[in-house]
Write a protein that binds this ligand. Structure first.
Ligand code: NAI
Length: 250
């Protein structure tokens, strides 16, 4: 019987899919029928995510991997093609912060954030691109941040990485549009995650003043935008940056 699931039979690689927003994205794409591959630095989190995703009736593969390690990501993609036969969706979600004011930011903090957030997206995109070109079909979604559009004191490294990711999105979109591959970005604002749970009430109120919608977003809000940009409903959209921020950065 034909399925009415939009992403049935497609293969989605969700980096950092073991936790937080990436896990919400992985679940959402699996609910739409996609098989999911989870490369995560935290191998145990990747395994737990894959076990959960299989419960949704799709195939799921877990890999302990650093997104900035090109040789390892080539292995992950080769193993994916062996097991699942293709790769149609890449969500570059893995990301880290190492916050400090610039004068106190050391080179290790700068390099770690640029390496994971920006080099990681370059490495993973390159790893899947040849296969997507062969298929003449692919959707890449980069998880940026409103901080890449607006800047944020204490996050020069992070905002530079996210602004860089937006530049990468637009340049790669131009390179591969004629091959049937779309490249878009989602820029979340303040999303309720383990990170925002740490905020004091005062900090939370301060943040909410900057958000016209007056509330934090949920990981599912980001996942819904990613689902749209991966689906054929967005077939004529490429090089776009979709803010999911309750109006914060408009
Ligand atoms: P998180 O810290 O909850 O999860 C990130 C996942 O990525 C973890 O499972 C971690 O093990 C994995 N990871 C980290 N470095 C990796 C590497 N080098 N290779 C492979 N996996 C790696 O983070 P969260 O909050 O879910 O963020 C996900 C994305 O959303 C990030 O790109 C972040 O910058 C972005 N974002 C988050 C916002 C928020 O409010 N939480 C707001 C705007 C953007």
């Amino acid at each position: 019987m034909a399925s009415d699931k939009e992403l049935e039979g497609r293969v989605a690689l969700v980096t950092g899919g073991g936790a937080g927003i990436g896990l919400a994205i992985a679940r959402t794409l699996a609910e739409d029928g996609a098989h999911i591959v989870v490369p995560d630095f935290n191998g145990e989190a990747a395994e737990a995510a894959a076990a959960e995703l299989k419960g949704l009736g799709v195939q799921a593969l877990a890999f302990q991997a650093d997104v900035a390690d090109a040789a390892r990501m080539d292995e992950v993609v080769a193993a994916t093609l062996d097991a699942l036969g293709g790769v149609h969706i890449l969500v570059n979600n893995a990301g880290i912060t190492r916050d400090a004011l610039l004068l106190r930011m050391d080179e290790a903090q700068w390099d770690a954030v640029l390496r994971t957030n920006l080099r990681g997206a370059y490495v993973c995109s390159k790893a899947v691109l040849r296969q997507m070109m062969k298929q003449r079909q692919g959707a890449i979604v980069n998880i940026a941040s409103v901080v890449g559009l607006m800047g944020n004191a204490g996050q020069c490294n992070y905002s530079a990485s996210k602004a860089g990711l937006i530049g990468l999105t637009k340049s790669l979109a131009r390179e591969v549009a004629s091959r049937g591959i779309r490249v878009n970005a989602v820029a979340p604002g303040f999303i309720a995650t383990a990170m925002t749970d740490q905020l004091t009430d005062e900090q939370r109120q301060g943040i909410l003043h900057t958000v016209p919608a007056g509330a934090l977003g949920e990981p599912q809000d980001v996942a819904n935008a990613v689902r749209f940009l991966c689906s054929d409903a967005s077939r004529y959209i490429t090089g776009e940056v979709l803010r999911v921020d309750g109006g914060m950065a408009m």
